[in-house]
Design a protein around this ligand. Structure first.
Ligand code: OAD
Length: 243
């Protein structure tokens, strides 16, 4: 299936995008049924939009949270978590905010763009409040317990910087990876779009899994065209008995 066999102590990193959750029913951003098709992201996922109309932005995230809460991890998320459970050195670096890797059981996760089930003070107080898929909209806290300002989604909006600690955690892992699987991302949003290059320069074997070619396809060692939920289990399940 892939050009180089994964060995027991190989360091395996998954860089995932919205495509890994598509089979769970979570809309992607730029696909045919993409989220951005129905909404102008710049009118909703930006600090300016939140300042202009916080209620509209909060309602959009409540709608997205409700949709995601009805979705479940799919075979791709589960195969990654099973590999970690089997004792392999697996780290997930995800652009997704849907919490599905964690719900599948993955524990070593870098949430580059945040998590839709986390809230933080819009005024910059340090605390992060975690809610769950079961939290009813009416029970989602609205005001920062420390200062009373509005709570906002702990998500990286357009025009915002990623948390430095997340980027450095990702860079550190990418520099020390034997296999990087780039799964379900269009490869157009930085800094994640550059992560494949970083890993390859550091000696990783880079595999792309997508239903179509992307700007990353010419750089990777292998491109596997197909659905993540079908391809990843085929790659990882044979390893589970070997550990
Ligand atoms: P996109 O919607 O840009 O791309 C989704 C990718 O997944 C596309 O390349 C699809 O071809 C592929 N795909 C769809 N279904 C698939 C499947 N079943 N198996 C494998 N691949 C599949 O989503 P991202 O690349 O994740 O940022 O977008 C990156 C960022 O742009 C997002 O994190 C978001 C957005 O702005 C923030 O929310 C901060």
């Amino acid at each position: 299936m892939i050009g180089r066999k994964i060995r027991r102590d190989d360091r395996i990193t998954i860089l995932s995008g919205a495509g890994i959750s598509a089979e769970s029913g979570v809309p992607t951003f730029r696909g045919e049924d993409g989220l951005w098709k129905g909404y102008d992201a710049t009118q909703l996922a930006t600090p300016q939009a939140f300042a202009r109309d916080p209620q509209k932005v909060l309602e959009w995230y409540t709608w997205r949270r409700k949709l995601i809460a009805e979705c479940n991890p799919n075979a791709a998320h589960n195969a990654i978590a099973a590999l970690e459970d089997a004792g392999y050195d697996v780290t997930v670096i995800t652009q997704n905010v849907d919490n599905l890797h964690r719900r599948a059981g993955s524990r070593k996760i870098v949430e580059l763009h945040g998590n839709i089930f986390k809230l933080r003070c819009s005024g910059g107080c340090s605390g992060i409040i975690t809610i769950s898929e079961e939290t009813p909209p009416e029970n989602i806290p609205r005001a920062c317990p420390a200062c009373g300002l509005l709570l906002r989604p702990h998500i990286v909006w357009f025009g915002e910087f990623l948390y430095p600690e997340d980027v450095s955690a990702a860079h550190c892992r990418l520099a020390n990876t034997d296999f990087l699987f780039i799964v379900g991302t269009s490869g157009v949003v930085h800094p994640a779009a550059s992560f494949g290059y970083l890993a390859k320069e550091a000696g990783a074997y880079v595999v792309e899994i997508n239903i179509e070619l992307t700007p990353l396809s010419e750089m990777v060692d292998a491109t596997l065209i197909g659905r993540a939920g079908e391809i990843l289990p085929k790659i990882f399940e044979p390893l589970l008995g070997a550990k």
